[in-house]
Design a protein around this ligand. Structure first.
Ligand code: ZN
Ligand code: ZN
Length: 154
């Protein structure tokens, strides 16, 4: 097996924030795409701004994002199969001179949805510790907001 890297982009909302979902409490929050994908200090783990629990950032992808990743992986596999079988069919058909005929219909790839975050009515908080930003649904009753990067109270 060779390793393949599939890359994809998530478009943020009008302020450049992308949605994540906490794997523990299923709450959604947003972080700035440019802060999350910082080249010099890559972010590995995120803290949930609501419950403060931390996990690898891959666990914070929303269902929509996971679906998109799965669709991309599926399409890659289908394209590889199509390439392999298309070549095989051409080979068989040209060498067997009509004795054996291999018919091959390429498989259709699945639709990959464009991910675009809609604007919602969340509030932006800036962390006093790392100066990065988080957008949370700040409703009454929520007394604490944690920084998704360093996990401190904002
Ligand atoms: Zn949480
Ligand atoms: Zn912070």
């Amino acid at each position: 097996m060779t390793q393949v890297t599939l890359s994809f982009t998530i478009q943020g909302d009008s302020e450049g924030f992308v949605t994540f979902e906490c794997p523990f409490c299923s709450s959604e929050f947003k972080v700035r795409a440019d802060e999350l994908q910082h080249d010099e200090k890559p972010v590995m783990d995120l803290f949930c701004p609501y419950c403060g629990l931390t996990s690898n950032k891959n666990n914070f992808y929303t269902k929509e994002t996971v679906e998109k990743i799965e669709a991309l992986a599926m399409n890659y596999a289908i394209e590889q199969l199509n390439k392999t079988f298309g070549k095989m069919a051409r080979n068989i058909n040209s060498t067997s001179k009509g004795v054996i005929k291999m018919d091959f219909k390429p498989l259709k790839t699945v639709n990959v949805r464009e991910l675009k975050d809609r604007d919602t009515t969340e509030e932006i908080f800036a962390c006093s510790c790392c100066e990065q930003h988080v957008k949370v649904l700040y409703c009454a009753g929520v007394s604490k907001v944690y920084c998704p990067y360093c996990g401190v109270d904002i």
